[in-house]
Design a protein around this ligand. Structure first.
Ligand SMILES: C[S@@+](CC[C@H](N)C(=O)[O-])C[C@H]1O[C@@H](n2cnc3c(N)ncnc32)[C@H](O)[C@@H]1O
Length: 272
């Protein structure tokens, strides 16, 4: 997939796309999560009902039970790892961002590993367990350049009967964002159907399903989330572009509340 550098006035600039474009993206991603780490849960937990809904969607598929060894790849602050730990023997929490991992709660069942999905997939990093019963990869693969290779490597970390769940946004979203942000999202986001195909190529039985949760925010809170660049793609826009984008959202959503459906793809792969 071609990688985009900076966006100016909704137009792609002359920032190189490959190979330096990838380096630009990795830096933007690293800086984005370092900046967001302390407020990540505030921006992304939304509500206890949302976290409970998402945890249910995950647990319904991963079916974690007391003896299971679990790994959460790109776990961030452990928003979901800490929920999964309630049902598991242990959860390895892996993330490439040390500031995000620093937000993990102190819980003996959570073990932090500062490593990228690419490092884990290649076997370069030693993990507390060699094989896992269940693996969560939630909203991470859009940051990974070679998703097929990473899924293939991660599948090797599963025990026979092990489950891998990729939870991700669909290929296009209807979030209340400005046009150039939605366009960038579509360019960067992998298609969940391709992820399912990559799981099958890695020897997993894969199935794809979509589920939605209705979200509603006071307009000012939602616009502040956008100003805070809660989504990593917003870190590709300058302050001035972002302010113009916020004005565009306000024009399209003039009311006191902003509501939309948060639609997620769940790709479940099971190792024979
Ligand atoms: C949108 S957050 C999702 C966090 C968590 N999974 C959740 O749902 O709350 C993406 C996370 O992926 C991490 N990340 C980005 N690129 C990564 C990579 N190549 N390998 C592992 N983690 C990565 C970021 O540091 C960040 O914590």
């Amino acid at each position: 997939m071609a990688r985009l550098g900076k966006i100016r006035n909704g137009q792609e600039t002359s920032v190189p796309i490959q190979p330096d474009g990838q380096a630009v993206n990795e830096n933007v991603t690293r800086e984005h999560y370092a900046r967001l780490a302390a407020t990540y849960d505030q921006n992304w937990a939304h509500s206890p009902e949302f976290v409970a809904w998402m945890t249910g969607c995950i647990q319904q598929r991963l079916r974690i039970t007391g003896a299971d060894q679990v790994i959460d790849i790109g776990c961030g602050t452990g928003l979901y790892a800490r929920e999964l730990a309630l049902d598991a023997a242990s959860v390895v929490c892996a993330d490439s961002s040390a500031p995000m991992l620093a937000q993990l709660p102190h819980d003996g069942r959570l073990t932090a590993v500062n490593a990228s999905a690419e490092d884990l997939a290649s076997g370069r990093v030693r993990l507390p367990a060699e094989r896992f019963d269940a693996m969560l990869v939630k909203e991470v693969l859009h940051h990974v350049e070679d998703q097929g290779q990473v899924i293939g490597g991660l599948a090797r970390l599963l025990k026979p009967g092990g489950r891998m769940l990729v939870a991700m946004l669909p290929a296009t979203i209807s979030y209340p964002l400005f046009a150039s942000a939605l366009e960038l999202f579509t360019r960067q986001q992998p298609d969940p159907a391709d992820i399912a195909a990559q799981m099958r190529a890695a020897g997993l039985e894969a199935e794809l399903a979509y589920e939605s949760f209705p979200l509603e925010f006071p307009a000012e809170r939602y616009l502040q989330m956008v100003r805070d660049r809660h989504m990593s793609l917003l870190s590709h826009f300058s302050d001035a572009e972002l302010e113009a984008g916020v004005a565009e959202i306000r024009r399209d959503h003039p009311g006191d509340q902003i509501s939309f459906e948060d639609r997620f793809a769940f790709v479940l792969g099971v190792k024979a």
